[in-house]
Design a protein around this ligand. Sequence first.
Ligand SMILES: [Zn+2]
Length: 592
Amino acid sequence: MENFVVSARKYRPQHFSTVVGQSHITTTLKNAILQNHLAHAFLFCGPRGVGKTTCARILAKTINCEKLGKDGEACDQCNSCQSFNKGASFNIHELDAASNNSVDDIRELIEQVRFAPQAGKYKIYIIDEVHMLSASAFNAFLKTLEEPPAHAIFILATTEKHKILPTILSRCQIFDFKRITPADIVAYLEEITSKEKITAEHAALQLIAQKSDGCMRDALSILDKIVSFTNGQLAYASTLEHLNILDEEYFFQFLELLEKEDLPGVLSLYDEIDQKGFEGDTVLNLFSSFLRNLLISKDARSIGLLQVVEAFRKKYIAAASKISTPYIIGALNILNEAEIGFKQARNKKLHVEFHLIRLTYLQQAVNFIQDDGVAKKKRLDEVKPVAFKQIGFVEIKDKKIKSPETSSPLPKKQEAILKIEASIIEEKKSIPEKDIIPSEKAKEAGALKKIREQILHRKLEPQQIKSLTQDALFEAWDGYLQKLQENNQVTSHHNLRTSTISVINESQFDVFVTSRIQQQFVESERTNLLIYIQDRFNNPKIQFSITLDAEAEKDPMPAEQSLSQRDQYLKMISMYPLVKEMRDQLNLDLDY
Ligand SMILES: [Zn+2]
């Protein structure tokens, strides 16, 4: 343990048979060597750290071996093999085109190519990152590649095959290296740890394999780091910590909380993750991967794609069976939108929280869209209040502070989100417009109104309905105007104040406006205004119409951009009251 050498170097494969995960290439190379059908130029393509340079070195050693084995492997005993193993052979030249990419560098190499090897059969030239060569260097090299001397073999390696000129491609035998599978990486790491007498939990090695993303070089260097941190005891928990990987367990917890629509729980859990220093976009991204894993766990045909720590496998399958595909897809959409908007968001934490709130109420929106007829009606009856705990009285230094009533504004909020989600999912269903029966749409709108009524009705039942007289309406109207003023909604206040209201019957009144803009402002206040008025009169049946002055009706519709930024914000919060609520709760300043 004390002299644990960097595994990447110590365990660099010395034979084709020990190269991990590239048997399609090593077998072909061995056969070519045995049958003496070697090309003079090879192009090794593939991601970094998967064994391109290693294979190139093994090839160089093997074709120079004096006692080549019948299996096409080098003997490791002869002079040539030994000098290769010591890194002292003159028959191998490596050029890193990333740092030596000028014409002069290539000319120097071409000079050397002319001389035959003093010992051994072949001189091998490995040009790494060959796509980095300058255009003129490429051209200088092309002639040599066209007519190479019999003793020269070129091995060009690249991570970016598409950048290689066709003239080069056509002169090379091309090998595509594969990303190494997590299973292969884990097996190899297990081999090393057992040789080094390191205790390693299988799950810890799986984590390393996951983190290295098919790159063996990374996997080995991660292994080295963690071995030295943990004194040779690789446990799952400590590996998580050192790799700074967010435990998947968190997402299973999220799932449970979302199922219960436990918003406070969701937000607290996110806060805990945030405290650990994970960036919001990382969390969003991991959450998406988690949902993707759930989705593929739903079907036996796709479950093979699930690459998670073994211990989580059953958990994924169990969780997937309880959750519907439309829900997962809806959630992925929300997370995708969250990721797209993340860069622009000023307050990153708030941005993530906002999308977590959307996720919390997603199930209701999914139910809403999916069900029809009786089933839909039943679900609507079931709409639950949010699982906020009543806070009650809080004692702070002799002062008794009554917490604001928490139950009444929430159904409104819930409904607002429900409406937004429903419209988003509706849009994404991509059903051609003609296939939707108009009455279906109307039913939906009617259903929304019904929820609103139900919510309000439940609360209002015990009290007496107040009759809607002109005087009482004026009084209620003034009350609402005052509310607008308190909230600094100056424009809305002005537009509502200058409109004319008149009672039509016991549950109907009309708002008369003189311009399109005024009409828009009253319209944008509709939801809040109705809730307020219905509340004042204890009558959920109250509705109002907006009548536009006949003269103004001839005017063209005002353009959207004529609203100032501040007015746009005001308009937005009147449509989505939640935005304002969040702004208030988090004390955010907006610059208009
Ligand atoms: Zn040998």
